[in-house]
Design a protein around this ligand. Structure first.
Ligand SMILES: NC(=O)c1ccc[n+]([C@@H]2O[C@H](COP(=O)([O-])OP(=O)(O)OC[C@H]3O[C@@H](n4cnc5c(N)ncnc54)[C@H](O)[C@@H]3O)[C@@H](O)[C@H]2O)c1
Length: 353
């Protein structure tokens, strides 16, 4: 029986609740500590999860020799400093998405990971759904041939998360471009085999959220006046291998969806496919017919946020690579950061990796 890895969560707010079932289900991990700047929520959280070590100072967790894994669940702008401090203290780190809003900060996290010899993983939970795993396996068999174009979108009709961790640039680093763009883009690049992006032409603006009193946020909460990020973004991306991608994301748009419309098409030289349907389309040249198949047998998984925690602990125990390497997250963020740069420049920008 291998050692049970002890986990400390930094930031016991919304998303941490989706990680807890994973730590509880893992045969290799156990949650032992929680940290949050809000001391008022810690006692109840500790009671609910039977966790005794509670603190408002993240360093207490980093300096605790008993703790092996730090789970970073705070707003985006604090991911890099906390993850780097945890790695420097010799902890493995799983960090919520986006790893950091700036690619240069992700590079600093990679440097800290390299020095520490520990694992660093981005919590990109969509990769851990059964349908994503099945589609990745099928694509990796070469079913699509060379993927030369992709179309990806994640569009909400009326769902701005109005918390200050999301709508103030100083906390989030940006709006839906990095909040939800990071989900669909990470998944798309992963399916494409993570080609190297070289140029982006993009737009990021707030045509609806800044209209006086016309719109509300998630659950009809007020959009704070201080809202200073975009409400939609769109981009055309070129990759080193010649492939291209069209990306569209929004928290607020007059789009036909009850909640969220998240999908992608990948087009290859042998076939095309759609996620999340897991539908593959191709031509049978001999019979001159259009063919299609839908993948039906998905690997069984826990809910995806829980599954990613289980697989992170498993990778540590197995001495395996990070299930979501930070190098791939840097690639994703260089595109999303490129959208903001292109918006400012008013033209296509080159991406420096
Ligand atoms: N993967 C997903 O599906 C998903 C969904 C929502 C949010 N997220 C990500 O999770 C992160 C947190 O979002 P959330 O919805 O849980 O926010 P939240 O506001 O509900 O929780 C964040 C918690 O962190 C605490 N905190 C802030 N700064 C801190 C610090 N320096 N040290 C310790 N505690 C600190 C806050 O007091 C709060 O309790 C964000 O990066 C967000 O992008 C991911």
């Amino acid at each position: 029986m291998s050692k049970i890895l002890k986990v400390g969560i930094v930031g016991v707010g919304g998303i941490s609740n989706t990680h807890l079932p994973g730590w509880k289900a893992s045969p290799h991990a156990e949650i032992v500590a929680g940290c949050d700047l809000r001391e008022d929520i810690l006692p109840d959280w500790g009671k609910d999860h039977d966790v005794k070590k509670l603190t408002s100072n993240p360093s207490d967790l980093f300096n605790d020799p008993d703790i092996d894994i730090i789970d970073v669940c705070v707003p985006n702008m604090y991911h890099a400093p906390l993850s780097i401090a945890a790695l420097e203290a010799g902890k493995h780190v799983i960090c919520e998405k986006p790893l950091a809003p700036k690619p240069s900060d992700i590079q600093k996290m990679i440097d800290a990971r390299n020095k520490s010899g520990k694992l660093l993983m981005t919590a990109q939970h969509f990769r851990f759904q059964g349908n994503s795993k099945a589609m990745k396996a099928e694509i990796d068999q070469g079913t699509l041939g060379d993927i030369y174009h992709a179309r990806s979108w994640m569009l909400r009709r009326w769902a701005i998360p109005t918390g200050s961790g999301f709508i103030l640039k100083k906390n989030s680093g940006g709006g839906p471009c990095i909040d939800i763009g990071v989900h669909i883009l990470d998944l798309t690049l992963w399916f494409m085999g993570n080609p190297n992006p070289v140029a982006v032409s993009g737009v990021a603006a707030a045509p609806l959220a800044k209209q006086d009193g016309s719109f509300t946020g998630w659950g009809h909460s007020e959009i704070p006046k201080e809202f200073d990020v975009e409400d939609y973004a769109a981009a055309f991306v070129r990759f080193e291998n010649g492939a291209t991608l069209v990306l569209e994301v929004s928290w607020l748009m007059h789009h036909r969806t009850t909640g969220e419309d998240m999908q992608m098409w990948l087009y290859g030289t042998k076939a095309g496919c759609h996620w999340p349907k897991c539908e593959f389309l191709w031509d049978d040249k001999e019979n001159k017919s259009f063919e299609e198949k839908e993948l039906k047998n998905f690997p069984e998984t826990l809910e995806a946020h829980a599954q990613e925690c289980v697989e992170f602990a498993q990778a540590i125990v197995d001495g395996a690579p990070s299930p979501v390497p930070p190098e791939q997250s840097k690639q994703v963020m260089s595109i999303l950061d490129g959208i903001y740069q292109s918006q400012s420049a008013g033209k296509e920008v080159r991406i420096d990796q």
